[in-house]
Design a protein around this ligand. Structure first.
Ligand SMILES: [Zn+2]
Length: 175
């Protein structure tokens, strides 16, 4: 019997959220979309996942209103996937997972988050300690850390070797 993806006996908003984003790869697709990945082949090469899985995840995320499919070219037709406000609202959950992963599982930082306006590293709760404000996702600067592969194979990883404002589209030239 196949495992269901719902938690019918749970009266719990965490369980309800996991019905939407709890499948393998789903949150990493959302992460990439918030980093600025929009094109199918960019998701594919950055995540290194089977096409069928990526297509299924993009379909679910679009149906759930977390990504929005937009036509960017007519001949031949090509769509890109843009994260919606509903998807951006997952950022605090992703940031918390990053903090937990770093503190509990890793011995070095792969990426840093800074406030675009003042350059200060964000606190684990997403606030800027210098400005004393909660920083909107669009004002977060994603910075490469020392543990990153300096010569990655895929174009998204290469783009992310430079400081990058979240949500700004990543242009790799792939469709
Ligand atoms: Zn600041």
């Amino acid at each position: 019997m196949a495992l269901g993806k719902d938690y019918a006996t749970q009266q719990c908003s965490i369980a309800r959220a996991l019905e939407v984003v709890g499948e393998r790869w789903t949150l990493l697709v959302v992460r990439d979309a918030i980093y600025g990945v929009r094109r199918y082949n960019d998701f594919l090469t950055h995540l290194g996942i089977p096409r069928a899985v990526l297509s299924a995840r993009l379909k679910t995320l679009t149906e759930e209103g977390i990504l929005e499919k937009r036509r960017y070219q007519e001949a031949p037709p090509r769509d890109e996937y843009v994260v919606t406000d509903r998807g951006i609202a997952l950022w605090p959950a992703l940031r918390a997972l990053a903090v937990w992963g770093h503190e509990q599982l890793m011995d070095h930082r792969l990426r840093h988050l800074r406030h675009v306006e003042c350059g200060t590293e964000l606190a684990p709760n997403g606030e800027c300690p210098s400005c004393g404000t909660s920083v909107p996702v669009a004002d977060v600067l994603l910075m490469p850390g020392t543990g990153l592969d300096p010569d990655p194979a895929d174009p998204v990883s290469r783009a992310l070797l430079k400081p990058k404002r979240l949500l700004e589209p990543i242009e790799t030239g792939q469709s």
